[in-house]
Design a protein around this ligand. Sequence first.
Ligand SMILES: [Zn+2]
Length: 386
Amino acid sequence: MNARPSLTRPALLLVAAGVTTALGGSIAGAAATRTAARGPVAAHVAAASPELTEGPLEDRAESAVVLLVLDGVRWQDVFEGADPVLARRHDLDPRAWRSPRDLMPNLHRLVDASGVIVGAPGQGATMAASGPQFISLPGYLEIFAGKPDPACDRNDCARPPARTVLDDVAAVSGPDDVAVVASWPNIAQAVSADVTRFAVTAGRHFVARSALLRSDDATSRWLDLGRAAGPWPGRGDYRPDAFTAQVALHYLESSRPRFLFVGLGDADEHAHHDDYASYLEAVHQADAFVGALAELLGRMGARGRHTTVLITADHGRAFDFKDHGPQYPESGRVFLVAIGQDVRHPHAAGAARRHTLSDVAPTVRALLGVGGGTGEAIPEIAASPR
Ligand SMILES: [Zn+2]
């Protein structure tokens, strides 16, 4: 297959949809607003501005989470920028994407405003997939179930967990408040024992609750465009990230689910093609999605202000960059970034203790005030109920 056209397509599609990636500091502004509401002048300000009258009860009702998983994206690139040795080996200018803030400007800007990083080098404890497989489906199973499934050792093991964080959110908010939008079709196998309860679009053709997803014209149009596209840089029923990103943004805007999972996978696909340049471009495009997401949340009022964005990866990569899996223990290391004004300890210098992907589900539940499941939230991000 010819890789060249795919390199420019995602950027063109983001522009075509009218989604800006040049962002203001909406989350930072929102954080300042909320701080003001809690300060000593809150009573006076609140009387003048309905925006500032939110109490703790309303906060909980409005809280929401977008969980973004960047399949196989290396923590090294996210926090240290592109590796000059890898770049040289792949005939890339070793200065390209050298700064992590050039590679992922939105992620770093939003963390600066109100966020926490878990698993960055030199900043607190590390984070890892529990493994031992360090491949995708076991990683997603651990994220959704809040515990690893050691019996799943393949990407098609078709073992949906008995209960996932989606079921926990649905038990409190109803199934319409949960949605999954993913490039990789196999993710549908991990989200729930009964995937048909939720709005799910995974790959180009798997859809559950189609009527819900298609109730918005723009979402529906992007679902159709994704179907018509080829799978590159994936294969089979894979849907390129550019389409997944647009479906996710339009569905979030029109239906406002309290829990939205977004799975982007182009970076992992390019890595398996041993194409570091295209991998880096996919990471940069994933960051453009983060920017578009923040811009959208900035237009969503109290719901947007109380939405926490969690960004993690299902696994890391081997030292050779191309691969990951049980024979490469280093590919178990991942990262997690939490962004938003409801982050418990923004600007904390990393995590106090080591975390695994099993801690993502309890963190989501704590952010949403939802019970169920086991485990503890990552304390720098949210407090588990006592
Ligand atoms: Zn992979």
